[in-house]
Design a protein around this ligand. Structure first.
Ligand code: KIV
Length: 297
């Protein structure tokens, strides 16, 4: 069977209005390979890893080095899916030159195929600078997690006519600056529909209703593995968190019972060879005075 062709930014653009795009986050090679074999169109190395991998409350602590590390892990499995990597907080907001340098690192060291950044009209000149340098840029507007403190929390955006109009301006500015796709996060479905119908680049929604050109979810959310904050838009397509706990309990129980490993998981000496004789039955190692006191009490 011929190898399936790599998904490119051109493919994604051509599919607008024809086929919906299935996008998911990935942070490591094992998960990326599994998700890619499921036929995802885009693997997004999101800075959400600050929350779901590093365990922080926000994405603000994620560094460029973290993103390179995870992106390199994802691209190492040579996925068919297009791979886009987030520019983390403060790796692009200082200046367009800073953004160019940071994006270059993600492409050269992380092997990303595109970068994503958060922000609208104000970021358009930065997007233009990257695109002029040959770096594809995905925009991200609406609920932008890197602005969590400015938004006063992870809050839905664009609920009023004026703020929905601002989002539309943002989307158009990013398209004009050369962005090849747009993430619409945490906005009313009506606002997402109007942006999707206005711009000619694909929109990828998360908490933005059903009418965007594609959808993205955090992989641990869709697999039912993340047990932290669960926004209204998250749906578990499996309960792998429960499966992980169940498997780990079964493993621990067999280790304690001595039934794992059995002979089928055990190596033998070569024929005619024997192991050195042990001096006697093994006994537990020395017990510290503190452990002895605890055992007596
Ligand atoms: O960081 C991320 O994973 C994202 C997506 C959820 C859109 O930005």
């Amino acid at each position: 069977m011929a190898a399936e062709r790599k998904v490119t930014t051109l493919d994604l653009r051509r599919r607008k209005g024809k086929e919906k795009l299935a996008v998911v986050t990935a942070y490591d090679a094992t998960m990326a390979a599994l998700l890619d074999s499921a036929g995802m169109d885009v693997l997004m190395v999101g800075d959400s890893l600050g929350m779901v991998v590093q365990g922080d409350d926000t994405t603000l602590g994620v560094t460029l080095a973290h993103m390179v590390y995870h992106c390199r892990a994802v691209t190492s499995c040579q996925p068919r899916a297009h791979v886009v990597c987030d520019l983390p907080f403060m790796s692009y907001q200082v200046s367009a030159e800073q953004a160019l340098t940071s994006a270059g690192v993600l492409l050269k060291e992380g092997r990303a195929e595109a970068v994503k950044l958060e922000g609208g009209v104000q970021l358009a000149p930065t997007v233009r600078r990257l695109v002029d340098a040959g770096i594809p840029v995905m925009g991200h507007i609406g609920l932008t997690p890197q602005s969590v403190h400015q938004m006063g929390g992870f809050r839905v955006q664009g609920r009023t006519t004026d703020s929905a109009l601002e989002l539309l301006d943002d989307a158009q500015a990013l398209e004009e600056a050369g962005a090849y796709a747009l993430v619409l996060e945490g906005i009313p479905a009506e606002a997402a529909r109007s942006i999707t119908q206005t711009v000619s680049i694909p929109t990828i929604g998360i908490g933005a209703g059903p009418d965007t050109d594609g959808q993205v979810l955090v992989c641990y959310d869709l697999l039912g593995m993340y047990r932290g904050l669960a926004p209204k838009f998250v749906r578990h397509f499996a309960e792998l968190g429960d499966a992980v706990v169940g498997a780990a309990q079964a493993y621990a129980q067999e280790v304690r019972a001595g039934t794992f490993p059995s002979s089928e998981h055990t190596f033998a000496m070569e024929r005619g060879h024997t192991a050195p004789r042990a001096p006697g039955p093994a006994s537990p190692g020395p017990v510290s005075p503190a452990e002895a006191d605890a055992a007596e009490s």
